[in-house]
Design a protein around this ligand. Structure first.
Ligand code: UN1
Length: 500
């Protein structure tokens, strides 16, 4: 399907966003698919003020009724799943199966949020004083900014958006300037839900288009109660302190340098496909992509040879991500390709062997950056291995003992996702206890988490948790409340007597 067909099928008018400031390109062939205008400071200001206005109405709507809006949104997403998935694929280049998966992830979080809208539970706390009631209440927070990355141009916004809306907050979304069209269509689909719902305040959802200046304006504005930002550690280091300076809340989901430990007790038939999906799926452009393998030395050479054979067959599966047999699409752009080549040049200095890594040229799409995923055999974890390169490079290193494996595993600045392949329960539990990541899997890979769990990681990954579990608490403020219902003069806490 061509872009015009998709826009027609979803029937969202993109003309209000048209302009000459930002050329949007498909990563499939590098061709322009839209030209947009960038929001200037005054336009962003207007959207923030409107968001605050919407907040004052929306916070008073009962949470289950707020959930009803997200239920309708989930239905609309089901209706437009296929064209939206195609747009995701055309804009960011992930294969269509993953494009569909991305929209499914949005539907899943909507379902989760609808249930949650009846479960924003607080606590009743035992008071030390007679006839006192202590409670913990959760209240809406305020306008929320979501800054999202190109690699999940829709789902990561949806994780934040669906929860924020049921928690009583408007959302202002700044998508990556590499994937704004997907954002415009998602926002348009939400407007269809709003039309069906009828009674929501205006400006519950807003979109700001632009580069980092637009994001900075959101970050610096004290009316924005929470900034949820997904992207590089460099971006997080820039925005985190600015939000902290104004005592705003931040939820950061930054870099990952995810490893899989392959024990000599691993079921290799399980390990191989999981490693391939994790390392080369999405062309290595997930936060959760597998970037390091730590392999027990007794199986290191043999396992590397098996991987090498698999990697050598990959170029036949690289191509147009819209075609169902393709397993690996393009990188997002030339910059991503240059970063990959720079890392491989650096890796070459200390590596024992490098398989793949070059550009696949001469195909149908000379304007797209298609690469053979790289597999690097390297005996120690040198500086380049500790760096996250957002491209399909997998470093394979040996270990002797599980303690040594964990030492290598944790000796990187990032702490998002991790996994072990072993059939030994003791090893699996030991790994879970000592992996320093937010996600620790056993006998499955590092990527492809479900929405039900809290998603995020430690160290340079930023510490934030999005999506499932109790991540909703990020979008609400906690209030402790003590009430007295007795008739005598109430006691003071800690037994203090104060008879004035
Ligand atoms: C990301 O790359 O920013 O766990 C998110 C996964 C996906 C989400 C990745 N569910 O791989």
């Amino acid at each position: 399907m061509e872009i015009n067909g998709i826009l027609k099928e979803i029937s969202v008018d993109i003309s209000p966003y048209s302009g000459a400031d930002l050329a949007v390109r498909s990563s499939i062939d590098g061709k322009e698919i839209a030209s947009l205008k960038i929001d200037n400071a005054a336009a962003v200001e207007k959207k923030i003020a409107a968001g605050l206005h919407a907040f004052k109405e929306w916070r008073d709507v009962p949470a289950p009724k707020r959930g009803e809006l997200i239920r309708i949104f989930g239905d609309q997403l089901r209706k437009y799943k296929e064209p939206l998935a195609q747009l995701v694929t055309i804009e960011c280049g992930k294969i269509i199966a993953e494009g569909r998966g991305e929209v499914q992830e949005m539907i899943d979080i909507c379902d989760f949020a609808v249930g949650l809208s009846r479960q924003l539970y607080g606590l009743t706390i035992a008071s030390e004083r007679h006839n006192h009631i202590m409670q913990e209440n959760w209240l809406p927070l305020g306008p929320i900014a979501v800054i999202s990355a190109f690699n999940f141009p829709a789902a990561v916004w949806a994780w934040n958006f669906a929860l924020a809306i049921v928690c009583g907050n408007p959302v202002i979304w700044k998508p990556s300037e590499k994937t704004p069209l997907t954002a415009i269509l998602c926002h348009g689909i939400f407007e269809k839900a709003l039309a069906e719902y009828k009674t929501a305040p205006e400006n519950l959802s807003a979109l700001v288009i632009g580069k980092h200046e637009v994001g900075e304006q959101l970050v610096n504005d004290e009316r924005i109660a929470l900034v949820s930002a997904t992207g590089s550690t460099r971006m997080g280091r820039a925005v985190g302190p600015k939000i902290a300076e104004r005592f705003g809340k931040s939820l950061l989901e930054l870099g990952g340098n995810n490893a899989i430990i392959v024990s000599e007790k691993a079921d290799i038939d399980l390990a191989l496909p999981a490693i391939l999906f994790g390392a080369v799926g999405t062309s290595g452009q997930r936060c959760t992509s597998t970037r390091r393998l730590i392999i027990q030395e007794s199986i290191y050479d043999k396992f590397f040879r098996q991987l090498k054979t698999a990697y050598e067959s990959l170029p036949g599966k690289i191509g147009n991500p819209l075609e169902p047999e393709t397993l690996i699409g393009p990188l997002i752009d030339e910059g991503a390709f240059a970063a990959m080549q720079a890392s491989l040049a650096e890796a070459k200095k200390t590596a024992d062997e490098i398989v793949g890594g070059g550009r696949i040229s001469g195909g149908k799409f000379p304007g797209g950056y298609y690469v053979a995923p790289a597999l690097v055999k390297i005996s120690t974890q040198t500086a380049i291995v500790k760096k996250e390169t957002f491209a399909p490079i997998l470093y394979a290193m040996p270990y002797k003992t599980l303690d040594e494996a964990l030492e290598i595993h944790n000796d990187v600045p990032q702490g998002l996702s991790s996994a072990i392949f072993t059939t030994d329960l003791r090893e699996a539990e030991y790994f879970k206890r000592y992996s320093d990541c937010g996600i620790a899997n056993v006998n499955i890979g590092t990527s492809g988490a479900e929405i039900g769990g809290a998603f995020g990681g430690e160290k340079e990954t930023g510490g934030g948790r999005e999506s499932g579990s109790d991540s909703w608490k990020n979008y609400m403020r906690r209030q402790t409340s003590t009430s007295y219902f007795g008739t005598e003069k109430p006691e003071l806490a800690q037994g203090i007597v104060f008879d004035a």
